[in-house]
Design a binder for this molecule. Structure first.
Ligand code: NAD
Length: 693
């Protein structure tokens, strides 16, 4: 099937773009437009041309399925298509509805006139992928909507409804109910009129130089580590001069941005999110189970946050607790949370009440039986989980999905407490569960395909980024973070201080370093797990500094002290001489000669600890793909977006260098050589000259 449909309506040829779902400008469509244009120009009975999108949308821009393939760069390129339109001796009218974004908008800007449905969505979102519009958008848009408005759109990438641009020269007129009829009329009116091109217009601004200078400084401050926004300003600035020179500047800047690691990281995140939704071995057309009501067991930290996700999406929740008091406390916290949003003006009083009314509190399992999904968020104790799942097995209707929010326990064992392990799945939310975007979907050995597909779909409804993980201690995120924290603590035992360790990764953009993170989540959590492990594995290496810190009751922010000191009313972490003394004294007891660790060493040891475990997670099949690991770290652990996640970080460093660095760490005095033995996958990729992603 051709990617364009060609028809004539009297003297007007109508070229309709047909590349579902959003008429992405893939090679076939680009070819189709040029061919149809030539056909119209070769037909003596045609005097004007309408370019319209099928399926109610003009064009969403580049066809993302073509990214990183030769077709992306094959001729006719979008620039060639636009040149062909501009060179057309017969007027070409863009008839715009739905999405008109990126390359789609650039295409429309190459036409001789534009007509839009008022609800069409206009944007140049390239900056969100660390790029700038590379087919003339930075030069043509300012010529029709003005320098300031164009700069705002290009630097933000935000969507603007066409009706807000109705008064600008972007549109010759706005359409009524019948876009094609109105566009055809506009085409007829333009017959015999002089051809108008956006490129021939001048950018009007009373004081463009001063404005652009201020804009550049402001944008530079706001852009942080990302170079694209400033380059967007530079490209737009070039629109005040000659058109061809501006286009050359745009092309040069685009070429520079494509190569930047920041743009690669943003594109990795974009495609990584899409890849995460695909489950290997599960057909895309697997039917889902309907989820209309949800039950949550436990109204503590996690249960409360999990409940809020469903309330926000308008899904009723039966919330079960052990006592009326615990239930009241949990519901009180949910209300307080919403009240905070009301105070900030982010939620209306009415919506608050609507959401609260969706909670059905209960102390009896009899109230849960007919719900479609139940999520357990009770204490992290196998005995308690056993009791809960045995009861659920007895009361839940057939086909209900039984989910656990466990962070460390064996999901397959939990599933074995029921006679329907195929209905059991892990839904590992992150704290605060109503805020954090990540949701690890834990696939048990027997979890049914339709259960997985159903919860992945539900995850989207509650606006989570779902990543599938296999069963192991800590799944993807926590299994890796355990190694990261172990490495952070090991560095204290060699000579570093908590603030030095944190600074090494905070300075490259981590939301917080490992010690601030532990103080936030509670040092006692790891301590309890360690104590259990010391008993289970007596030969396991100890963590004397971390253990002593907990023996002192320094559990973190909640006790006012941990690796740092906290003062009431201030969340800042203050370095504490008492902690420094504890570290130095313990090193002396252990007979360790402390040395100065460079920031580079600390940073690489932390990140490569994540990478090595990430590689093992891939080897073990716990994660489906390297980009899934990166999505977990970008969305659940504050890994900086501009670095794209730990596995992309390793790719950028090069696997040969990664392996070499690990071997250097293994040779350091007092190093744990087993810890730094490179994973088989790291060695293989390094020797094959390949990458994780
Ligand atoms: P919590 O102590 O804050 O809450 C647990 C709640 O469960 C309490 O309100 C308790 O009264 C209730 N409860 C206990 N046994 C029950 C039972 N038999 N029936 C009904 N209610 C019962 O704990 P939490 O931090 O919310 O953790 C809950 C689960 O979530 C654990 O499995 C934990 O590993 C997991 N998790 C916690 C975090 C986190 O950061 N806190 C993150 C991810 C997952």
């Amino acid at each position: 099937m051709s990617a364009t449909d060609y028809q004539t309506r009297g003297r007007v040829a109508v070229i309709s773009m047909q590349n579902p779902p959003v008429n992405g400008l893939g090679l076939a469509l680009r070819e189709g437009i040029v061919e149809s244009l030539d056909q119209a120009n070769g037909d003596a009975s045609v005097e004007a041309i309408v370019l319209i999108g099928a399926h109610g949308t003009f064009s969403g821009g580049a066809d993302i399925r073509e990214f990183n393939t030769p077709a992306m760069f094959a001729e006719p390129s979008l620039a060639t298509v636009i040149e062909a339109i501009e060179a057309s001796p017969k007027p070409v009218i863009a008839a715009i509805s739905g999405a008109c974004m990126g390359g789609g908008l650039e295409l429309a800007l190459g036409c001789h006139a534009r007509i839009a449905a008022p609800d069409a969505q206009i944007a140049l979102p390239e900056v969100k992928l660390g790029l700038l519009p590379g087919a003339g958008g930075t030069q043509r848009l300012p010529r029709v909507i003005g320098l300031e408005a164009a700069l705002n759109m290009i630097v933000s990438g935000n969507i603007v409804p066409a009706k807000l641009l109705a008064e600008t020269d972007l549109f010759d007129t706005m359409a009524g109910d019948d876009l094609l009829a109105d566009a055809t009329r506009l085409a007829e009116q333009s017959i015999g009129q002089p051809l108008k091109l956006v490129r021939d217009r001048k950018v009007k601004h009373p004081e463009s130089e001063g404005f652009l200078m201020v804009a550049k400084n402001t944008v530079a401050t706001m852009a942080g580590p990302f170079p694209a926004p400033v380059k967007c300003v530079e490209a737009v600035a070039a629109s005040t001069g000659k058109f061809d020179a501006g286009i050359a500047t745009e092309r040069k800047l685009f070429g520079e941005l494509v190569q930047t690691p920041e743009s690669k990281a943003l594109r990795h995140a974009f495609f990584g999110e899409r890849a995460a939704s695909k489950i290997k071995g599960v057909p895309a057309d697997t039917p889902t189970r309907p989820i209309e009501t949800v039950a949550v067991i436990g109204a503590g930290t996690m249960g409360g946050g999990i409940t809020m996700n469903f309330l926000n999406a308008g899904i009723p929740v039966r919330l079960l607790e052990m006592s009326q008091e615990a239930l009241d406390r949990g519901i009180g916290i949910i209300r307080k949370n919403y009240e905070g949003r009301v105070k900030k003006g982010k939620l209306t009083e009415e919506k608050l009440e609507q959401r609260m009314a969706l909670i059905h509190p209960t102390l009896s399992y009899d109230d849960l039986g007919d719900t479609d999904l139940v999520i357990e968020a009770v204490f992290e104790d196998m005995g308690v989980k056993q009791q809960v799942f045995e009861t659920l097995d007895a009361v839940m209707k057939p086909g209900a999905i039984l989910a656990s929010n466990t962070s460390t326990l064996d999901l397959d064992k939990i599933a074995s407490f029921t006679k329907r392990p195929e209905d059991v799945v892990g839904l590992h939310f992150f704290s605060p569960a109503n805020v954090m975007r990540l949701l690890e979907v834990v696939r048990g050995e027997k979890t049914a395909d339709d259960v997985l597909v159903t919860v992945m779909k539900l995850g989207k409804t509650i606006r989570k980024l779902c990543v599938v993980a296999g069963v192991c201690d800590g799944f993807i995120g926590n299994r890796m973070v355990n190694k990261y924290i172990a490495q952070a603590i090991a560095m204290l035992e060699e000579g570093a201080l908590p603030q030095e360790v944190d600074k090494a990764v905070e300075s490259i953009g981590f939301a917080m370093g490992p010690f601030r993170m532990c103080d936030l989540s509670g040092n006692d959590v790891g301590w309890y797990i360690r104590k259990r492990h010391y008993e289970e594995y007596p030969d396991m290496p100890r963590m004397p500094i971390a253990d002593k810190l907990c023996e002192m009751g320094r559990f973190g922010q909640k006790t006012g002290s941990g690796w740092y000191k906290y003062v009431p009313g201030d969340r800042k972490a203050h370095p504490d001489p008492e902690v420094e003394k504890l570290i130095v004294d313990t090193c002396a007891e252990l007979g360790v000669e402390r040395r100065k660790l460079s920031q580079d060493e600390i940073r690489d040891r932390l990140v490569l600890a994540l990478v090595n475990e990430g590689a093992r997670i891939l080897e073990d099949g716990i994660a489906q793909r390297a980009s899934d690991i990166d999505m977990v770290y970008l969305n659940g652990y504050g890994f900086p977006l501009h670095l794209g996640g730990p596995m992309l970080y390793a790719d950028t460093m090069g696997l040969y260098n990664v392996e070499r660095r690990m071997r250097q760490f293994a040779a350091l005095p007092g190093a744990d050589a087993t810890f730094w033995e490179p994973a088989e996958l790291v060695k293989k990729l390094a020797s094959d000259g390949k990458m994780f992603n």
